[in-house]
Design a binder for this molecule. Structure first.
Ligand code: SF4
Length: 411
């Protein structure tokens, strides 16, 4: 749109940091040093960094496959190898890409393939798929697959749960020492947990620019600027990035720049992004003068509990506190609180076909929000990566009708 706000200058720094991250991983994997650990998005990254590993996140690679729409060609390859079209399409896109010998890292950075792992470390707090995913690569590379098995559907986070997860993280140390060749140092862990905490605090402040009226950043901006929080958590580079971005946001705020010029309505997005249709959805929402100002997904990289004074316990608590780990009552309260905090007129639930773990419409949450709390809701069908499950036309019609409904309610 012609009156769209100017691009965010800090993006240039992000691109540089991402290039250094992937080129560093590629070099380390080829030279055999430092060692490379693959980690799930909420695996114990702080511990891995403390032991000197370079950390690679396959879910981030899955999202890149989705955003570049390469996933459409790679998912069927994994399906043909026996991985069902009904399971996580990050997994199928990623395994299919590996089997096909392609990666978006080639076009972006000239890298031939994903970095060979020395170890794969999972945390099942989000789903079982991550474990099965890592086991595929573990078998392929003959690399050890170790991890943490976390409780799911958690109501109050009990001390007994935290103690269990904390012990499981500590049990990883001897194996990781052996693979990395480095001795565990609690002070180094305190440092990486401290850096993750700083990253969290700053990422939250970035997201809160969505709470401004009009919102200064939207969900579609968040999905871009979250990259350092996802892949550089526990490193000083993430802190440097958010320092730079926040300084720019302060200035943009003074100028009164809006993410969606002429903003009339504000929505909350629950569930996974549709990575291959972010541009189409962003343009559609802008044309409706409606900003998606907050989301469960982008909030998932806020880990309030990190505390360098008590690294293992606080890591366990941070990983257990997360929305995706919690029970239905917690999730309902969480969404309602964010709807209020961000001044949303309604909630869009994305029912992602291959991610039941992060589709929160399936147990009548939209109906409860609507009937008990008067919050308008819409469910759109789709998927994070498998565009065979997403219809542009249907999403467009549903979103346009939803905004009309909100307009009538506001009249
Ligand atoms: S939470 Fe969903 S998208 Fe993420 S790895 Fe698990 S199944 Fe895939």
């Amino acid at each position: 749109m012609s009156d769209a706000p100017p691009p965010i200058a800090a993006t240039k720094l992000m691109k540089k940091l991402m290039a250094e991250h992937f080129l560093g991983l590629d070099r380390a994997a080829r030279e055999g040093s430092p060692k490379v650990a693959w980690c799930t998005s909420v695996g114990p990254a702080e511990l891995l960094h403390a032991l000197g590993f370079l950390v690679y996140y396959p879910e981030n690679h899955g999202a890149l496959l989705g955003a570049t729409r390469m996933a459409s060609e790679t998912i069927p390859v994994a399906n043909a190898a026996g991985y069902s079209p009904d399971i996580c399409s990050y997994l199928t896109a990623d395994v299919g890409a590996f089997l096909k010998g392609v990666t978006p890292l080639t076009k972006a950075y000239g890298i031939k393939g994903v970095p060979r792992p020395d170890v794969l470390v999972f945390n099942t707090n989000q789903c079982r798929d991550v474990q099965d995913w890592f086991q595929w690569y573990g078998r392929h590379f003959g690399a050890p697959v170790i991890g943490v098995r976390t409780q799911r559907g958690v109501g109050p986070v009990l001390d007994s749960m935290v103690a269990d997860v904390s012990r499981q993280i500590q049990y990883l140390v001897p194996a990781l020492e052996q693979i990395s060749g480095n001795k565990f140092d609690i002070d180094r862990l305190r440092e990486t947990v401290g850096l993750s905490k700083q990253c969290t605090v700053m990422w939250r402040r970035v997201l809160e620019y969505g709470a401004k009226h009009p919102a200064q950043l939207s969900f579609f901006d968040h999905t871009i600027h979250m990259a350092p929080a996802v892949v550089l958590r526990g490193l000083p580079e993430a802190v440097t990035y958010y320092d730079t971005l926040l300084a720019e946001l302060v200035e943009r705020d003074k100028e009164g720049l809006a993410a969606v010029p002429g903003e009339r309505f504000r929505l909350y997005w629950d569930g996974m992004p549709v990575w291959g249709r972010l541009r189409m959805l962003g343009d559609l929402m802008a044309s409706l003068h409606t900003a998606i100002v907050a989301s469960t997904y982008c909030n998932s990289w806020i880990f309030d509990a990190f505390d360098p004074a008590d690294p293992f316990i606080s890591m366990a608590r941070a990983y257990l506190d997360l929305f995706i780990v919690r029970d239905e009552a917690f999730k309902e309260r969480y969404i309602l609180d964010h709807v209020a905090l961000y001044g949303c007129h309604g909630v869009v639930f994305h029912d992602a076909k291959t991610c039941p773990n992060n589709s929160n419409n399936r147990y009548a949450m939209p109906q409860r929000l609507q009937d008990l709390h008067g919050v308008p809701t819409l469910v759109i069908n789709g998927d994070l990566n498998d565009l065979r499950c997403f219809s542009d036309e249907q999403a467009r019609t549903n979103l346009e009708a939803f905004v009309e409904q909100i307009e009538e309610l506001a009249a």
